[in-house]
Ligand binder design. Structure first.
Ligand SMILES: Cc1ncc(COP(=O)(O)O)c(C=O)c1O
Length: 437
């Protein structure tokens, strides 16, 4: 089966030109190949050269505006003036590392922590989601005394050495090490009506397998919208049983909010809250600074103290005044622009339109919450990644950007900036309808 599975970072990757490219694009592709070599990953059969962005649109060198249903980092809208101005003003005033006092760090930390359950009252600022998950693993291992981590089969949690081990979707060959165990995504097609019980049983079985191999259990790490697995959101609350199993076995629950966090589900700020659980550790990143690199880990004070008794932790760029200014502007804009309510309202419209389309297209499922939606393509012969790939490139030529996820790359992943409108959704679904016909 592995040969049919896709690595999340290879989905929709450009390899060789399948048709003529504009001369400016072809020249940049060539320069990129020379400088970045085998590490270069570009999107689309015909890559896009971006020249500017605004709101829900990216503008390319071909003179077209592309409606962005792919990028969840510019969550409050590309180049939102409030975020741009906050960063510009702070960098113009001073920007240093975090071993000095500056007010904006505390204005930000307090506002961020106020969005969490009271028990989660400490934050460690980092630069990337990967760094956050790396730190979370260290916290969980310190507090539990174990090494073993349970993750989902197509999880992606980042790129450090330790975090790659817990990101099965990163492996092009081979598999995670023995102290990392995989459970299937919480898929009703696999677990039936009781996803909660089925998923919890799968977690219990992997914890037992770790222990049978003499590896202590440290924690359960999941992306609470299961994005790279193909987006699994329902029924709300299904995660609770698995979290209870993890805790009963002495492990911690790490909620990776890099994808669903900051209001995307339309039901509050954090994906875990839909499941009625309070994590031991929460990691976040991507949308946190609307494109300015800022990420973080939120946890209980005693967990952080236990780690700090053994190690120091410092990162030169994390929690800089400019990063905190960006983060604060994002939180304020989510409130001022009513983006959580917008994610709920526009998300409902998207869900309804996709479900109407489902009746006329080879769509096996429409899943998600708010503005995080997965559309799974499949026929009686099984997963249909070729339909997802065809749509991604077809939509690009219609002026719409989108991506895919899932074990077989057959799930269209819809996660636009939270400022999109119902008219934008109509543009997307009309184009999908036309292409699928
Ligand atoms: C769920 C999840 N966690 C962590 C990460 C890693 O974040 P970063 O790329 O900022 O290191 C990603 C990145 O795609 C992600 O999707």
């Amino acid at each position: 089966m592995k040969s049919q599975e896709l690595q999340i970072l290879s989905l929709n990757a450009f390899s060789d030109a399948t048709g003529p490219m504009a001369p400016d694009v072809a020249a940049l592709v060539e320069r990129r190949r020379r400088s970045f070599g085998a590490g270069s990953v570009l999107f689309y059969d015909e890559p896009l050269r971006i020249v500017r962005a605004e709101g829900a649109y990216l503008h390319a060198s071909d003179g077209r505006a592309y409606l962005d249903f792919y990028n969840n980092v510019p969550t409050v809208g590309h180049c939102h003036p409030k975020v741009v101005e906050a960063v510009r003003a702070q960098i113009g005033e001073f920007n240093i590392h975090s071993r000095y006092l500056f007010d904006v760090a505390h204005d930000y930390a307090e506002k961020l922590l106020a969005t969490f359950p009271a028990a989660l009252s400490n934050v460690v600022l980092t630069c990337t989601g990967s760094e956050s998950n790396d730190f979370a693993l260290r916290l969980a291992r310190k507090v539990s005394g174990g090494e073993g981590i349970v993750v989902t089969r197509t999880a992606y949690h980042g790129n450090t050495a330790a975090v790659t081990e817990v990101s099965p979707s990163s492996y092009k060959t081979g598999a995670p090490p023995r102290h990392v165990r995989m459970v299937p995504a919480p898929d009703p097609a696999l677990f039936g009506n009781d996803v909660a019980q089925g998923f919890a049983d799968a977690v219990r079985a992997e914890i037992a397998a770790l222990e049978a191999d003499g590896i202590g259990f440290a924690g359960l790490l999941v992306d609470t919208i299961f994005s790279s697995d193909g987006v699994y959101a329902d029924p709300p609350g299904f995660l609770k049983a698995a979290v209870e199993v993890a805790r009963a076995a002495g492990g911690l629950f790490i909620a990776d909010e890099v994808q669903p966090g900051f209001g995307r589900t339309g039901e509050g700020m954090w994906g875990f809250s839909r499941h009625g659980v309070v994590p031991d550790i929460v990691t976040m990143g991507k949308p946190m600074g609307n494109g300015y690199p800022i990420a973080g880990v939120v946890t209980r004070p005693e967990i952080l103290s236990a780690f700090c008794a053994d190690f120091g932790y410092f990162n030169t760029f994390a929690g800089s005044p400019a990063a905190c200014a960006a983060g604060l502007a994002v939180l304020e804009t989510i409130e001022e622009d009513g983006l959580i309510a917008n994610a709920a309202r526009v998300g409902r419209h998207l869900d309804a339109r996709l479900k109407r389309l489902q009746a006329r297209a080879p769509i096996a499922a429409v899943r998600g919450a708010g503005l995080y939606v997965g559309v799974e393509f499949g026929t009686e012969r099984g997963p249909a990644p070729e339909i997802a790939k065809g749509l991604i490139n077809g939509l690009r030529h219609h002026g719409i950007l989108i991506g895919a996820a899932g074990r077989y790359g057959n799930v269209l992943k819809i996660r636009p900036p939270l400022c999109v409108t119902t008219e934008h959704v109509d543009t997307l679904v009309d184009a999908m309808e036309e292409l699928l016909a």
